[in-house]
Design a protein around this ligand. Structure first.
Ligand code: FE
Length: 193
């Protein structure tokens, strides 16, 4: 005769397991570690950016901005060895498509912590009377997770409202930091591959 407790346990695990199979999410998925929204890659990604945590070079124009945070999986595990492949336009709204100005691969530490030093990008014109709001592009990758292509946006940009790619969940909130730099924090949460 089957013990009632065992039967209940089987039913519980069975039901959760079935849901997990359907949705492809781990059993310990935590709503606090909800996957970071992806976003369009755009036309200016270029592979082969140098490994560096600062995109600032002598003479780089623009207001300094530091973005820090943790890269983790959607089951809330920090992803040591994660890489953030970052690209953005200059203070003049131009991408460097011949070299690697304002492009770089930032490596997270063993606890998934990263720090990116860059400049505040401006909005830029994409056509007759059309602009993209200020944003930073990233491809975030790590061991055992799917690559996330996304963008970070800024609050109060006049073009946020009209941009079809803009997502509120991807807005960072820079505040005054040391040495005149703005600092902002953003955690990336990547789905298991
Ligand atoms: Fe862009």
């Amino acid at each position: 005769m089957e013990k009632p407790e065992l039967r209940r346990e089987f039913l519980r695990v069975g039901a959760v397991g079935a849901v997990a199979l359907v949705w492809g999410t781990p059993l310990d998925a935590d709503p606090a570690c909800e996957e970071t929204e992806d976003n369009i890659e755009g036309p200016f990604y270029k592979a082969g950016a140098p490994d560096r945590e600062t995109l600032l070079e002598p003479g780089t124009k623009g207001a300094p901005l530091v973005v820090t945070g943790t890269v983790m999986s959607t089951d809330c595990k920090p992803l040591g060895g994660a890489i953030l492949d970052v690209w953005q336009c200059s203070a003049d709204g131009v991408y460097d498509n011949s070299g690697y100005t304002l492009r770089g691969k930032v490596h997270a530490d063993k606890n998934g912590r990263y720090q990116l030093r860059t400049i505040q990008p401006p909005p830029y014109r994409v056509g007759e009377g059309r602009y993209r709001p200020a944003h930073i592009h990233l491809k975030v990758s790590g061991p055992g997770v799917a690559v996330l292509t996304t963008q970070l946006y800024f609050p109060g940009d006049q073009y946020n409202k009209t941009d079809s790619a803009f997502r509120q969940s991807l807005v960072i909130h820079p505040t005054d930091g040391p040495k005149g730099a703005k600092i902002a924090s953003f955690d990336f949460r990547l789905r298991r591959a």
